[in-house]
Design a protein. Structure first.
Lengths: 801, 209
C-alpha cells in the first residue's frame, strides 16, 4: 500500500522480549502494598436457593478481614449473571468471598461459612428440559423468547421424533427463519442427506486463569485482570460497578489466552474489586484450574439435525437445520444463530430453513468461543458434503468451489452481502499446495491395522467491524505514539494494526511507541478483541488517525514555511516540501509547534463524533504534542468475513481407535496480510485448536449431583505437542485485498478452528470408508464402537457423555 | 538413554514424590500448593507443621535466604517470596508445565516440588537465563528470532524445558524434541512454531564448528 512497506512484512513483536525473559506481567504477577487474598465459597449444588449464610465463625478467625456476600453486590434482573448468587444456577457458581491476610486463612474461613442451601431440581441436558415435565434450568422457564424467560416443552411424540432416525419436520422452536422455497428445492435435489449430530460443550481453558487483583485510591478503582479488550473492559466494569468510567482503571498488558472467554474481562473480576472496597486493602483473587472450569466460560453445545439436498453435480440446493443449544444458565448464546449464518454462507443453498432453540441448563456459563457456532457448523456439516461427493461421484474440491461464496455473495435470513470473498482462488491454492488430486487417492489405504484418511474443511467466519477511534500523537521527542485500546492476546494485532499508521506516515517502526494495556495511559475507544474484529477495525482507525495527523503536519509546515499544505510530504520523521526536501520540519519541531498552536493541533479541539472514552484520553494529554484523534470515517459496505481451507491426512488405528495426524495444510482468504509469520502461526494454532475440540475436550456430569467430573487438563485434555504432525505444517495466504477497507485486511482468528475440526472429522470419515461420526469429541471408544457396531450406552441426542 | 527416558522418568515420579513429601509435612495436597500462610497468623493458630523455617536457596546463581513453610511449593516461593513471577502457574497440579524450572539443570514442575526438597540444589528460572548484561540465552534468542509463542503464558515453562532437553540431547530430531516438550501445554496450540523455535535453539546451542 505504500513505500514504507511495514504492512505485509514479518517483524518481531515489541513485547516479545518481555514474554521470553519473564518480565511480562500477567494479572497474578502484580503486588500491591498491604495486599490480602480472597477465596471463594462456590455453590455445592447445580441449582439451589440460599436459606442463610452465617459468616460469624469465619469473621471471628484471626487474620480474616471481611466477607463479601450476595447482599453486597449490585442486584440484577432477568436472566443476567450476578457477581455473587443467592440462587446459584450451576455447581461452582460463586456465592461469597472471604478476604484474609493469606490464602490459607481465607480458605479456612470459607470452610467456616455456614451455608444453608435448598436444593432445587436442575437440568443438565437441554433435551431433558424439553421433555414433558422435564426440569427447568431457571425459575419461570427453560428458554428465552422475545427477551423474556419462557417455557417450551415438547410432547412425548415430539421428543421421539427428535430422537428418531429421520429428520424431524415440525417441532416447536423459539427461533426460525427461512429463505427460498425449501420444498421445491428438496424436490429438485438428486440426493438428500439427513443426519443427527451432537457437538459438545467445552471449557475455553486459557492457560492463564482469570485471576485478578484490585485496589482503590481516592475513589478510583484499579483492576489488574486478564482481558481480551482493554477499553471495552473498562466500560463494562464501570457498568457493573455503576461508576464513571474515568474512575475505573483497567490494567492488562498481557492476556494469557482467552479464546472468547475474557472478551470484556470477567464478571468475577468484580469480586476482588468489591471486596477490596469493603476491607480497604488491595485484594488478590487467584483462580484455580477447577474454578476456571466452573466460572470461566465454555462453548455452548449444539444437538440437532441437518438435512441437505444436492444436485447431481454436488451443488447444494436445499438446507434444513434444527439445533437445540445447551445455553447454560444465563442470557442467550449466539452460537445457534451463527450456526445458521455460517451454513448459509458456506454452501449458498438456493433455499434454506434454520430452526433453533436455546435451552437453559444448570451447567457452567457460556460465552463465545473462537468461531462460536461456526466451529460446530463447519465441523459437523463439512463431512456430510464429503459423503455427498462420494455418493455423487464428484470431486470434493470441485464441489467446494461449486458451492463456495465468491465475491459479494449473500447469506443468512436477511441475505446480507459480503464485502468480498476469494474462495475459488483459495480452493485452487489448497488443491495445489496440498497435492489434493494425488493424496485424495490415499483415502482408505490400509497399513496393518492403520487406515489412512484424507479430509478437507472449509470454514468462513466474521472478519471485521468498523466505526472505532484512532488516537496517535507525536511528542516533542519526535516519536510517534500509537495508542491502542484493544487487548494483547498474542495474536500480535495490537502491534500489527498500529503499523497501518506507520505506512501512511512513512515512519520507521523503531521510532514508534505503541501504548496499550493500561487505561491510565489514555487509550481510545476500541473494538472488543473478539469476533476477529480487531485487524479490520483498527487498521482502519489507525489509518484514519494517521491520515489526519499527516494533514496536520502539512498544515503546520505550510503555515511556518509557506506554500499550501498540499505542497508538503511526510516521511522518515519529517514533513518537507515536495521537490525541496531540505525545507521542512522534523516531527519533534512539528510537535513543539502543535503545542504552541493549540486548538485542533494540541488536542484542545476534537471532532464531535469521538467516543467519550477517547475524548477523556485526549483531555489528559492536551498540550503534550501533535495529537490526532479520529473516528473511523471509511465506508464499510457489506459484511466482512474471512475463511480458511484446511486439508489433512490422518491414520486411524482400527483396533484402538487412535487417530494420528500426519499432514496439515491450510490456505486462508483474509484480505491483505499484515504480518505473514504471525498470520501463519495464528492459522496453524487455530486449526490445531479446532482439532483439539473435535477430538478431545468434553464435560461429563454426575446426573445425580450435577457435578462436572472433567474439571482439569488431565480429564478434559487439550491437544498436546505429540498430537501435531512432526513434519512442519504448510500454509498459504491469498493476500488479496478486501476492497471495502483501506488497508485491505480482514481478521482471521476464528475461521481456522472450524476448518481444522472439519478437515479432521472428514479425514476420519474417509478412513472409515465414509462412515460418519455424528458426535464429538471423536474419542477412540466412539471409533471402535462404530467399527464394531456395538452399543454406545448413551442416547442418540444425549449430551455430556 | 534418550531425552524422553530422562525427562519422563523424572516427571513420572515427581508428582508422587511431591505428594509423599506433602503428607510427610502434615498438610494435604490440595492446600499445599495453592495456599500459603504468612507469618504471624500461622503461629498464632499453632497449626502443627506450619512454622516457617529460614533456609538458603540457590536461585539463578545467587544464594537467597527465605522463610519457607513445610508445605510450600517452589512455585509459590519463587513467585510470592522471591518476586520471580516469570514462573507461571497454569494448573498447579503438574498437568500443564507452565511452572517448569530447572533443578540442577533438569526440568521440574515448580508447582509440584516442595521448596524444602531443593535446598542445596541449583534452581534456574526464566529470569536467570539471560546474562547479566542482557544477552539472551541461545534458546531465548532462537524463540526471539522465530517470533515464537502467542499469548506466551506457557513460554517460560517451554523455554526452561527446551534448555533442559538440549543439555541432554543437543542434536534432537523434531520428533525427539516434541517428546521432550510433551509435558508442556500451549493452549494457543502454537506447537508448530514452538517446534520451529526449539529446533533453531538446538542449532544455536551447538558449538560453532
Amino acid at each position: 500500500m505504500s513505500d514504507n512497506g511495514l504492512i505485509g512484512t514479518d517483524h518481531v513483536p515489541k513485547d516479545l522480549l518481555a514474554k521470553i525473559t519473564g518480565r511480562a506481567k500477567y494479572a497474578e504477577d502484580f503486588r500491591a502494598d498491604g495486599m490480602v487474598f480472597a477465596k471463594l465459597l462456590l455453590s455445592p449444588v447445580p441449582r439451589g436457593r440460599v436459606r442463610s449464610l452465617d459468616v460469624r465463625a469465619a469473621m471471628d478467625m484471626e487474620g480474616v478481614l471481611g466477607v463479601l456476600t450476595p447482599d453486597d453486590v449490585p442486584s440484577i434482573s432477568g436472566a443476567t449473571e450476578p457477581i455473587l448468587a443467592n440462587e446459584p444456577l450451576y455447581q461452582g457458581q460463586p456465592i461469597a468471598a472471604v478476604a484474609a491476610v493469606d490464602e490459607t486463612t481465607a480458605a479456612e474461613a470459607v470452610e467456616r461459612l455456614r451455608l444453608d442451601i435448598q436444593r432445587l431440581p436442575f437440568a443438565l441436558d437441554p433435551v431433558e428440559s424439553l421433555r414433558p415435565g422435564g426440569p427447568n434450568g431457571r425459575d419461570g422457564g427453560n428458554v428465552m423468547k422475545d427477551g423474556e424467560v419462557d417455557t417450551l416443552k415438547w410432547s412425548s411424540a415430539e421428543i421421539s421424533r427428535f430422537e428418531s432416525d429421520t429428520f424431524p419436520d415440525d417441532l416447536p422452536v423459539t427461533d426460525e427463519w427461512s429463505v427460498g422455497d425449501l420444498e421445491a428445492a428438496f424436490a429438485a435435489s438428486d440426493l438428500v442427506i439427513e443426519e443427527a449430530m451432537v457437538y459438545q460443550s467445552q471449557t475455553h481453558h486459557p492457560l492463564e486463569s482469570r485471576s485478578a487483583m484490585a485496589y482503590w485510591r481516592n475513589g478510583r478503582v484499579f483492576i489488574h485482570c486478564s482481558t481480551q479488550s482493554v477499553s471495552q473492559t473498562r466500560r463494562a466494569f464501570a457498568g457493573y460497578l455503576d461508576m464513571d468510567e474515568e474512575d475505573v482503571v483497567v490494567i492488562s498488558e498481557f492476556c494469557g489466552g482467552a479464546f472468547g472467554s475474557k472478551i470484556r474481562g470477567s464478571l468475577s473480576d468484580m469480586i476482588p474489586a468489591l471486596l477490596s472496597q469493603k476491607v480497604g486493602r488491595p485484594v488478590m483473587r487467584r483462580v484455580t484450574r477447577d474454578e476456571e472450569t466452573a466460572f470461566g466460560r465454555a462453548r455452548p453445545g449444539l444437538q440437532g439435525w441437518i438435512k441437505i439436498g444436492f444436485r447431481s453435480d454436488g451443488k447444494v440446493l436445499a438446507l434444513d437445520s434444527l439445533m437445540i443449544q445447551d445455553n447454560g444458565p444465563f442470557g442467550r448464546s449466539g452460537d445457534m444463530v451463527m450456526f445458521g449464518n455460517v451454513l448459509s454462507l458456506a454452501y449458498q443453498p438456493e433455499a434454506m430453513r434454520h430452526r433453533a432453540t436455546s435451552v437453559f441448563t444448570n451447567t457452567p456459563p457460556r460465552s463465545a468461543q473462537r468461531a462460536p457456532g461456526g466451529l460446530q457448523g463447519s465441523a459437523m456439516v463439512e463431512p456430510l458434503l464429503d459423503r455427498a461427493a462420494r455418493e455423487l461421484g464428484v470431486d470434493r474440491m470441485a464441489m467446494m468451489k461449486l458451492n463456495a461464496p465468491q465475491g459479494r455473495a449473500r447469506f443468512g435470513p436477511n441475505q446480507n452481502e459480503l464485502t468480498s470473498a476469494f474462495v475459488h482462488e483459495a480452493v485452487d491454492r489448497a488443491v495445489e499446495l496440498f497435492g489434493w488430486n494425488e493424496k485424495k487417492e490415499w483415502n482408505g489405504r490400509a497399513n496393518g491395522s492403520k487406515v489412512t484418511g484424507v479430509g478437507v474443511g472449509f470454514a468462513p467466519f466474521v472478519g471485521g467491524s468498523s466505526g472505532f477511534d484512532g488516537l496517535i500523537l507525536i511528542r516533542p521527542d519526535g516519536k510517534l505514539y500509537i495508542h491502542q485500546g484493544i487487548g494483547n492476546l498474542g495474536t500480535h494485532s495490537m502491534l500489527d494494526t498500529a503499523r497501518a499508521a506507520n505506512d501512511v506516515l512513512q515512519h520507521p517502526w523503531d521510532d514508534t511507541e505503541v501504548v496499550w494495556g493500561d487505561t491510565g495511559k489514555g487509550l481510545p475507544w476500541s473494538s472488543t478483541q473478539s469476533g476477529s474484529q480487531t485487524t479490520h477495525a483498527h487498521t482502519r482507525a489507525n489509518h484514519a488517525a494517521a491520515h489526519a495527523l499527516r494533514e496536520k503536519l502539512q498544515e503546520i509546515a505550510a503555515g511556518d514555511l509557506g506554500g499550501s499544505a498540499g505542497d508538503y510530504d511526510v516521511a522518515q520523521g519529517r514533513v518537507f516540501r515536495r521537490g525541496s526536501p531540505g525545507t521542512g520540519l522534523t516531527f519533534a519541531q512539528a510537535a513543539e509547534r502543535a503545542i504552541a498552536l493549540g486548538g485542533r493541533y494540541s488536542g484542545e479541539e476534537l471532532p464531535d463524533d469521538l467516543d467519550p472514552m477517547t475524548v477523556h484520553a485526549v483531555r489528559r494529554m492536551v498540550g503534550e504534542g501533535l495529537i490526532s484523534a479520529v473516528k473511523d470515517p471509511y465506508s464499510h459496505d457489506g459484511s466482512t468475513w474471512s475463511s480458511v481451507i484446511t486439508c489433512c491426512v490422518v491414520e486411524v488405528d482400527q483396533e484402538t481407535g487412535v487417530v494420528e495426524m500426519k499432514e496439515i495444510v491450510s490456505v486462508t482468504d483474509c484480505g491483505t496480510v499484515l504480518n505473514p509469520r504471525s498470520l501463519e502461526a495464528q492459522v496453524h494454532g487455530g486449526v490445531i485448536q479446532g482439532m483439539s475440540s473435535a477430538l478431545l475436550e468434553r464435560w461429563a456430569f454426575d446426573p445425580r449431583w450435577g457435578a462436572n467430573s472433567n474439571k482439569r487438563f488431565y480429564t478434559a485434555k487439550p491437544i498436546t505437542i505429540l498430537d501435531v504432525p512432526s513434519r512442519p505444517l504448510e500454509f498459504a495466504a491469498l493476500d488479496m485485498a478486501d476492497p471495502e477497507t483501506p488497508v485491505g485486511a480482514r481478521g482471521v482468528g476464528e475461521p481456522p478452528v472450524g476448518a481444522g475440526a472439519a478437515a479432521l472429522i472428514s479425514a476420519i470419515t474417509g478412513a472409515l470408508g465414509g462412515r460418519y461420526l455424528n458426535r464429538t469429541p471423536i474419542t477412540p471408544d466412539k471409533i471402535v464402537a462404530l467399527l464394531e457396531g456395538s452399543r454406545t450406552g448413551y442416547g442418540r441426542m444425549q449430551t455430556h457423555v | 538413554m534418550s531425552i524422553l527416558d530422562i525427562l519422563s522418568a523424572d516427571r513420572s515420579v515427581s508428582r508422587r514424590t511431591f505428594i509423599k513429601g506433602v503428607i510427610a509435612a502434615g498438610a494435604t495436597a490440595s492446600s499445599a500448593s495453592y495456599l500459603f500462610r504468612g507469618p504471624g497468623v500461622a503461629r498464632a493458630q499453632g497449626a502443627p507443621g506450619a512454622v516457617e523455617r529460614l533456609l538458603t536457596l540457590n536461585v539463578n546463581g545467587q544464594d537467597r535466604r527465605v522463610d519457607v513453610l513445610p508445605q510450600e511449593t517452589l512455585a509459590m516461593t519463587l513467585r510470592y517470596k522471591l518476586g520471580l513471577t516469570g514462573t507461571k502457574l497454569g494448573c498447579d497440579r503438574a498437568e500443564c508445565g507452565a511452572c517448569s524450572v530447572l533443578v540442577d539443570g533438569v526440568p521440574h514442575y515448580a508447582c509440584s516440588v516442595l521448596t524444602h526438597q531443593v535446598r542445596n540444589r541449583r534452581i534456574t528460572t526464566i529470569e536467570g537465563l539471560a546474562s547479566s548484561d542482557g544477552d539472551l540465552h541461545p534458546v531465548q534468542q532462537a524463540v526471539y528470532d522465530e517470533a515464537g509463542f502467542q499469548c506466551a503464558f506457557c513460554a517460560p515453562g517451554f523455554i526452561m524445558t527446551m534448555v533442559g532437553a538440549l543439555q541432554v540431547n543437543p542434536n534432537p530430531t523434531r520428533a525427539e524434541m516434541a517428546q521432550a516438550l510433551s509435558g508442556n501445554l500451549c493452549r494457543c496450540a502454537d506447537y508448530d512454531k514452538i517446534l520451529d523455535s526449539a529446533m533453531r535453539a538446538a542449532e544455536y546451542s551447538r558449538p560453532q564448528a
